[in-house]
Design a protein around this ligand. Structure first.
Ligand code: ACM
Length: 636
């Protein structure tokens, strides 16, 4: 139990982003004096602010440290109150406030401080409507994503499904792999498959049929056997997952769902790129969590795991050439090089993936027909990198000469420092041995306006290469990165800002349109391949309703699950540009994700909504059916 407690409330004020009031309660038996109070918060204090009752000592992005007035002593059961006007943006939800807090005492010790949600003063916060209706099915089959075509008649529920005798060994292996997936996702349920034939069960006959499209499968049902046809192992696996889903639904809710004994399913994905991204920089997810998320992606028939491994807040990937990246850059704490952020309290926290961890995760994903696309976010979002390897900085650049939107000063790798390319070359060398993916994602997002303009090395580079401004410097940098990836046989994936300042060669470049849907059209017009991942529908960190009490971020508005489900990214693109669209992707940015319960509350059922939009043609989407089925689907 913490001996101190911090409450925060926010009052709207016309013409500004409002006022925060903080109250620190001394719950100990000793007077408190000669201390500072640190907290991390999504709502940040602006440079220009007025603090009444205290003063800001230090702030870096979401980290804030305040001092009480000189000589203040807070008696036992007493309190210290201070207010701040001048915020970086208006808080919209109860989760927009404190994420962690601690005191630093006169002797240098750090002690924990409990805290509450951000309270709203003087305004009604509204009430969130139910996010998921009970749902209703017309066809009683628990399939999600819903198949391309289906004509079925319901029959008796088989006890278990098993391969016909003399099935090829690879078919038995495929069945046992999906059985293991099911057992991990639903450890308390009965197995849907058995390798051995069983009376009361039903046989699956596996057929390889080269006329079927890649990733597609067909299932033909009769009362004595099921024929699963596919051209490839991925299609076969999708077919087996469909069978496991059918059986799972029919067992879990016998009223609503049935197992077919007549008819057929002919199915194939709408897009190849059916992605889910996870930010492991802001919050670290252990290997077991990453593997479970990958299992959930497989159950929802997603095909890409986009692993956001680095950001300002941490570098999480072991690079043997530069151990400092994870020794320094994956550890945050009050006395560490990286200060606490986004939920870190009095104790340091660290976490990274060893190369063995990565190989395990990549192999796990590959066995489920999921490609892992790793991202190292450059040139922006690189505070952790620059603090770990100071030789990457132009020593003559003015400190704090530009700030990222998240508040980090001078956080971009410098395109005019030779070591930048030597460093990245070695990082890419190690990454290509770890990740067999077609693409390496290099970020490219949110380089702050004015970046590098006070770096003498960049000024000289601009003169030599006739470049004007940050965007052209960025394009110069990314063209070199593109060439480095091409030398290593990889294509470049990045966020939509990669196109700025002239962009990079279109061929072999895939960009993710995140800022708004219209960006996707511009990218396609410019000749890039596009994955649509608009914050307004597919960023699963956004709140799901406008109400103050609804948890989540708000910069892109709010996305109820029904909106995420109904959203049609393809509809944003004119017909002539549709062949440029590779697919869609959900993004899980984790600034606010302080617990598993929060993760599940925000990510589900919207992740499955994106999965169905990625697989099922728009004409076959049905919100009520989705709602009825998704409640039986697994969470982290
Ligand atoms: C992003 O959300 N900065 C890609």
């Amino acid at each position: 139990m913490a001996d101190y407690h911090l409450e925060a409330s926010w009052r709207p004020i016309e013409g500004s982003f409002g006022r925060l009031t903080f109250t620190l309660f001394n719950l100990s038996t000793e007077p408190l004096s000669g201390f500072s109070l640190a907290y991390t918060s999504e709502t940040r204090v602006a440079d220009k602010h007025v603090c009444d009752g205290g003063s800001l000592k230090r702030r870096l992005a979401h980290f804030h440290e305040f001092l009480p007035p000189d000589g203040l002593s807070v008696s036992p059961a007493g309190r210290w109150r201070f207010t701040i006007e001048g915020l970086s943006r208006e808080p919209k939800h109860a989760t927009s406030g404190i994420k962690s807090a601690y005191l630093t005492l006169g002797d240098g010790r750090h002690v924990p401080v409990g805290f509450g949600a951000l309270m709203l003063e003087g305004r009604d916060g509204g009430v969130a409507p139910p996010l998921l209706p009970p749902g209703r099915v017309e066809e009683p089959y628990a399939l999600l994503p819903w198949p391309l075509a289906l004509g079925l008649k319901a029959g008796d529920l088989p006890d278990v499904l098993y391969p016909v005798e003399r099935s090829r060994p690879d078919a038995g292996k495929a069945l046992s792999l999906v059985l293991a997936l099911y057992q991990r996702l639903y450890p308390a349920e009965n197995a849907p498959f058995s390798l051995a034939a069983l009376k009361g069960g039903r046989a699956i006959r596996f057929v390889t049929e080269s006329s079927i499209a890649a990733f597609a499968y067909e299932l033909r049902f009769s009362s004595h056997e099921i024929v699963l046809s596919s051209a490839d192992a991925a299609g076969r696996q999708y077919g087996l997952i469909s069978l496991a889903q059918l059986l799972h639904g029919a067992r879990a809710d016998r009223e609503s769902f049935k197992f077919p004994n007549f008819g057929a399913i002919a199915d194939q994905p709408r897009y190849d790129w059916r992605g889910c991204h996870l930010d492991v920089s802001r919050q670290f997810y252990p290997v077991a969590d990453v593997e479970r998320l990958i299992d959930i992606l497989a159950w929802n028939k997603l095909s890409i795991f986009h692993w956001h491994l680095t950001d300002d807040e941490a570098w999480r990937l072991e690079i043997k050439a530069y151990p400092a990246l994870t020794e320094i850059g994956a550890r945050r704490g009050p006395d560490e090089v990286l200060v606490p952020q986004l939920g870190d309290g009095a104790e340091p926290r660290s976490g990274h993936y060893t190369q063995d961890d990565v190989s395990r995760i990549v192999a796990h994903a590959a066995s489920l027909h999921i490609e892992v696309v790793p991202e190292i976010d450059i040139p922006g979002h690189s505070s952790a990198t620059l603090l770990s390897l100071p030789a990457l900085v132009d020593g003559q650049e003015a400190p704090d000469s530009y700030r990222a939107v998240q508040g980090y000063p001078n956080n971009a790798l410098n395109p005019a420092v030779d070591f930048t390319y030597e460093f990245l070359g070695k990082v890419f060398d190690e990454m290509v041995t770890l990740f067999p993916s077609e693409y390496l994602h290099i970020g490219g997002d949110e380089v702050a306006r004015g970046s590098w303009l006070s770096s003498p090395l960049c000024k000289a580079l601009m003169e030599r290469e006739k470049l004007s401004g940050t965007a052209e410097l960025q394009s110069y940098f990314l063209k070199r990165i593109k060439a480095m990836l091409s030398e290593r046989g990889r294509k470049l994936a990045g966020w939509n800002e990669v196109s700025h300042g002239g962009g990079v060669e279109r061929d072999g470049t895939l960009l993710m349109a995140w800022e708004k849907p219209a960006v996707g059209i511009e990218l396609a017009e410019e000749g890039y391949e596009v994955v649509m991942t608009p914050g307004q529908a597919y960023y699963l960190d956004m709140a799901q309703a406008e109400a103050w009490a609804e948890p989540g971020a708000a910069w892109a508005g709010f996305s109820p699950p029904e909106h995420t489900y109904a959203y049609e990214a393809e509809g944003e693109l004119p017909e002539a540009l549709r062949q440029k669209m590779r697919g869609i992707q959900a993004c899980i940015w984790t600034e606010n994700f302080l617990s598993r319960a929060y993760f599940n509350r925000l990510v589900f059922p919207r992740l499955s909504a994106v999965a169905e939009a990625a697989w099922t043609p728009s004409a076959r989407k049905d919100w009520d059916r989705f709602a009825a089925i998704v409640r039986m689907w697994p969470v982290l």
